[in-house]
Design a protein around this ligand. Sequence first.
Ligand code: ITT
Length: 201
Amino acid sequence: MKLIFATANPGKLREAREILEPHGFEVVSPYDLGLTKEQVDVEETGKTFEENAIIKVQNLWQLTGLPCFADDSGLVVDALGGAPGIYSARYASLDGSGEDHNFASNIDKLLHNLQGVSDRTARFVCVVALILPEAGIKTFRGTCEGRIAYEPAGCGGFGYDPVFIADAYPDRTLAEVDEDAKNAISHRGNALAAMVEALNH
Ligand code: ITT
């Protein structure tokens, strides 16, 4: 079965393919259908991961009418009151210290805001929203518990992976584990596993 993934983030696309293809799902990028970044990159005006995932998937559904899903995800840091949360991709751009989706500026801001803070507990959250013709919208939530490192390490993954130490791999950052190992325990891996379960029933 083909599923269109409403994302402009190549890291998410790569991970979703690795997670879903072994289960027999072909993950298609909207760009492969000839859609443009302007069409795909809809404004995320929601106040929750769920709302934003639904905004993204409904936009793609209106454009294609094909089975599709979207992912809204981010990093929730306890000592920062849950920030950057749904603003994870835009964290540094909120105060002009970097551009949208600039992973290095986002990490710099995060480490700066946690200077001198010993409570480093955090989690990644991912909400996947799925639309199948005549089946409405379903959402699936996955989390990955961990803590924020004191400095970046590793070059795998994307986003905040170089400063996130998952509880499942306590001696290295997620950017230092291989992709299969990340997908086996990640927020996205968990949310997509729940989606697979629903699709198979
Ligand atoms: P799309 O909306 O086009 O899918 P996006 O990157 O804008 O791409 P989000 O609005 O959901 O997606 O923001 C997710 C951000 O959260 C992402 O840019 C990273 O900064 C962070 N993030 C999410 N999952 C992550 C992961 O697995 N590893 C590291 N950082 C992650």
